[in-house]
Write a protein that binds this ligand. Structure first.
Ligand SMILES: C[S@@+](CC[C@H](N)C(=O)[O-])C[C@H]1O[C@@H](n2cnc3c(N)ncnc32)[C@H](O)[C@@H]1O
Length: 346
């Protein structure tokens, strides 16, 4: 993604391949079938998003946010993929996880990974408030390592951003997604988004910023690959959407590969009785004791965009402590639809 939204202008030779792969992956692209008026409003939305993105990237909020995120992603990479990475780098083989690894790429991957391990030791004193200043160069190196690994092992999915054509909150949240994609140099095939309320103009904007639009309402039931880390950006989404996502990944090998940025589970638990939560969001209730939650401090200039937002991870060491029979009951959530903030498939 670039500053002036030119990412989608790609060499013709590659466009053909990309189109075919998009259909295979179940994502859709939007051509330029918009009227001149719609094109005009699309350009105006793109400009607004660019402005929001600049504001986010320059904010203290984002500096802190990305420090925490890089640290969490590196912990997940190291704990979830240690063996795979070592096997792949030791043998220089192609395997399911990494695809074909060229000797050159193999060496740099091995170096990257070892470097990441050493940095992890250096920065183990990181608190939730971010790194002390004198460790900022370690942080920078860690970011470089994560960026390299992210291109192989990271996906980003944003649900429920809302009507960003007119809503400021949605514009800033989408801008955050763009900033994350850019920071980790994620491609079109690593970034997905969906909100059932989007207009054709909004869908067309999504295409223009180089993010893939999910083609159907998954109701949040997206089962993630256990050999990749998936980051879900879901600020202020309905509780049922988080609950569905947990249900769709209800086993330790998938859950440890999820990071959810969204409404604080802690606050949810505090605000509801056990009985209420068990009825409305059984999977949040069950996973809560094993959740590692880092509350984002709400320092952004507008206080209603990232309030009540936390980063949630599910480390294996915590999951292992849960009773084994917890994983056996995985009945699909069933809601009283008048009661919840989710749009379901008709
Ligand atoms: C409470 S609003 C939050 C909007 C915005 N993120 C904010 O902070 O103001 C919940 C959003 O979730 C979206 N939503 C509802 N059902 C959804 C689904 N099945 N998949 C993705 N998003 C969904 C709604 O359209 C709405 O935009």
């Amino acid at each position: 993604m670039t500053d002036d939204f030119q990412l989608v202008v790609r060499p013709k030779r590659r466009q053909k391949f990309r189109k075919a792969k998009q259909f295979k992956d179940g994502i859709i692209s939007f051509g330029s079938s918009l009227t001149p008026e719609s094109q005009e409003s699309k350009q105006s939305i793109l400009q607004k998003l660019q402005k929001c993105r600049n504001e986010i990237e320059l904010s203290d909020f984002y500096t802190k946010f990305q420090e925490i995120l890089v640290k969490k992603i590196s912990e997940c990479f190291l704990s979830c993929h240690y063996e795979e990475l070592m096997t792949a780098t030791d043998c220089g083989v192609s395997n399911e996880t990494f695809g074909e690894i060229s000797p050159e790429h193999n060496t740099s991957l091995e170096e990257t990974f070892k470097h990441l391990l050493s940095l992890q030791d250096d920065t183990s004193s990181l608190g939730h408030q971010g790194l002390p200043k004198d460790e900022s160069s370690s942080q920078l190196k860690m970011e470089e390592c994560i960026t390299q690994l992210a291109q192989l092992k990271l996906e980003l999915v944003a649900y429920g951003v809302g009507h960003f054509a007119e809503c400021k909150i949605a514009q800033y949240q989408l801008a955050l997604m763009m900033a994350i994609c850019d920071q980790f140099k994620l491609s079109l095939y690593q970034c997905y988004t969906y909100d059932p309320v989007w207009s054709d103009i909004e869908k067309s904007v999504i295409h223009s910023i180089g993010v893939s639009l999910v083609s159907k309402n998954e109701e949040g039931k997206r089962s993630c690959l256990s050999n990749k880390l998936t980051l879900f950006l879901m600020p202020h989404c309905g509780t049922a959407l988080y609950n569905n996502l947990l249900w769709a990944n209800w086993n330790p090998s998938q859950l440890r590969n999820l990071i959810i940025i969204g409404n604080s589970f802690q606050n949810l638990v505090d605000r509801h009785s056990d009985k209420d939560l068990q009825e409305k969001a059984a999977y949040i209730y069950k996973i809560y004791p094993a959740t590692e939650e880092i509350a984002l401090s709400n320092t952004f200039v507008y206080s209603d965009i990232f309030n009540d937002t936390s980063i949630h991870c599910f480390p294996m060491k915590n999951l292992k402590k849960l009773p084994e029979d917890l994983w056996l009951d995985r009945s699909e959530p069933n809601y009283n639809l008048s009661d919840i903030e989710i749009i379901v498939n008709k």
